[in-house]
Design a protein around this ligand. Structure first.
Ligand SMILES: Nc1ncnc2c1ncn2[C@@H]1O[C@H](COP(=O)(O)OP(=O)(O)OP(=O)(O)O)[C@@H](O)[C@H]1O
Ligand SMILES: [Mg+2]
Length: 353
């Protein structure tokens, strides 16, 4: 029972008991003691008068005792009620204090969130500008180096050409990295736009596969393709979809020392399903969460891997921005399979992405 119930209810009951016992006293006074009727002889009335009077007096005494007890009880409850009132006032003050404290901390949290958001926005803007500023001169460097390597600006010997081709390869790697950073920053800042156009899925997937073939060249890794002859045309961002398949295929080769990489693609009228299975190092369950997190790479002692850990989060973003799904299954030492499912979209549907 609540404190209120413990104090106020019995107090009320005491009042009723008081009234009841008072009523009983009155009743005994006026009705219980028999009236003396003169026509009846004293010998007849006396014993009756005696017993009834004694009973009435005993009842009266009991009632008086009960009333005294009730009075004491009432005093007790009165003091308890006072305590209760004090307690309620104190509680009320404490609630007010706590509410004020909560409001202050809510305000502080909101300010901190706003500051973090502003800082993040500044960081994103800075990275986007930086990446943009870096890409332009880097492209110029790559183009001029290619001119020189191709002998457009005069003869180069074999050794010089070799060095120039290595510069180009490193430059391209750097460019890819800058592009990935730019993508992630745009995604985080909510500024990533899709360029919607018809996408011939056969062309996109086979294009990614032929780049994969080049990756398989220097390794004892066999490339197996199970690609449906004619895949449908969908609408979406062609360059971004190509980037997704390339990322997954190049990862499969990157994380496989020997064995095979199988690329499977199949489509219905409504969906495209792609699977890339490798026989590589696999991913331990405790590292599953890292795969789609930006800048996270699983450490592996058996394989020296280059990269920044941006390919998968970017790919997942693009698959989902085309209303698709991307996930993987993996077993350490046995290999990994990445799954990509994309809906076949009409132009109107794609324009709402
Ligand atoms: N096929 C795979 N087999 C084993 N591990 C994989 C595979 N694909 C991805 N991973 C794990 O997920 C991590 C994230 O992949 P992601 O493609 O984002 O980064 P990366 O390939 O290391 O670098 P980047 O793609 O930016 O060059 C990888 O570092 C690797 O640990
Ligand atoms: Mg990668």
């Amino acid at each position: 029972m609540s404190l209120y119930g413990q104090v106020v209810l019995p107090r009320r009951q005491i009042r009723y008991l008081f009234i009841l016992s008072f009523g009983l006293v009155l009743f005994i006074q006026f009705f219980a003691i028999p009236k003396v009727v003169l026509s009846v002889s004293p010998a007849e009335i006396l014993p009756q008068l005696m017993t009834r009077s004694i009973a009435s007096i005993i009842t009266l005494v009991i009632l008086v005792v009960i009333n005294v007890l009730l009075y004491i009880l009432r005093q007790e409850f009165d003091s308890r009620q006072e305590e209760l009132q004090k307690f309620v006032v104190e509680l009320d003050n404490r609630v007010k204090e706590r509410t004020k404290e909560l409001e202050i901390s809510k305000q502080q949290a909101e300010e901190a969130r706003q500051q973090a958001e502003d800082a993040n926005q500044i960081k994103s803007q800075f990275l986007a500008n930086m990446s943009h500023e870096l890409r332009t001169p880097l492209n110029a460097i790559l183009n001029f180096t290619a001119f020189v390597a191709d002998g457009v600006m005069g003869d180069v010997n074999e050794e010089q050409e070799d060095a120039l081709r290595q510069s180009i390869s490193s430059g391209k790697h750097l460019l890819a990295l800058i592009n990935d950073i730019l993508d992630v920053t745009k995604i985080e800042a909510g500024l990533m736009d899709l360029f919607i156009q018809p996408v011939d899925l056969s062309e996109v997937i086979n294009g990614a596969v032929s780049i994969g073939k080049a990756l398989a060249k220097d390794k004892p890794v066999q490339m197996i393709t199970e690609i449906q002859e004619k895949l449908p045309t969908t609408y979406g961002d062609k360059r971004r979809l190509r980037q997704v398949f390339l990322n997954v295929i190049s990862n499969a080769f990157k994380f496989t020392k020997e064995g095979s990489v199988t690329i499977y693609a199949d489509a219905t009228d409504t969906h495209l399903k792609v699977r890339v299975t490798d026989t590589g190092i696999g991913i331990a369950p405790e590292n599953y969460d890292m795969v789609f997190e930006s800048f996270k790479q699983v450490k592996n002692d058996n394989l020296e891997v280059v990269g920044t850990g941006l390919g998968m989060p970017i790919s997942k973003y693009f698959v989902e921005s085309h209303q698709g799904k991307m996930w993987f299954e993996s077993q350490v030492g046995a290999g990994t399979t990445f799954f990509i499912e994309l809906p076949i979209l009409t132009e109107e549907q794609a324009n709402t992405l």
